[in-house]
Design a binder for this molecule. Structure first.
Ligand code: ZN
Length: 80
């Protein structure tokens, strides 16, 4: 068995902070983010080094997880 040094992978490296678009604070729990479709009239708060206190935090972006066929469809599946 080849056992190398346990590399701490997963939560290491430069973690990109996500700023709340409502208050500009840093979102602590990304699982509570409420994603909203970006709109031209959306007001983006200036990013701040302080933690976000919104509940839930609002981010005007599309959810990272795909699951809504109502939005843009990815021409990925080549149906035979
Ligand atoms: Zn906030």
């Amino acid at each position: 068995m080849v056992g190398g040094a346990p590399a701490p992978k997963g939560e290491g490296g430069p973690v990109s902070q996500i700023h709340c678009h409502f208050c500009g604070g840093i979102i602590q729990d990304v699982a509570t983010i409420e994603y909203r479709p970006p709109r031209a009239s959306a007001q983006f708060a200036v990013p701040q080094p302080t933690p976000c206190t919104c509940s839930p935090p609002v981010v005007y972006e599309h959810p990272p997880m795909l699951g809504g066929p109502e939005e843009d469809q990815t021409p990925d599946g080549e149906a035979a």
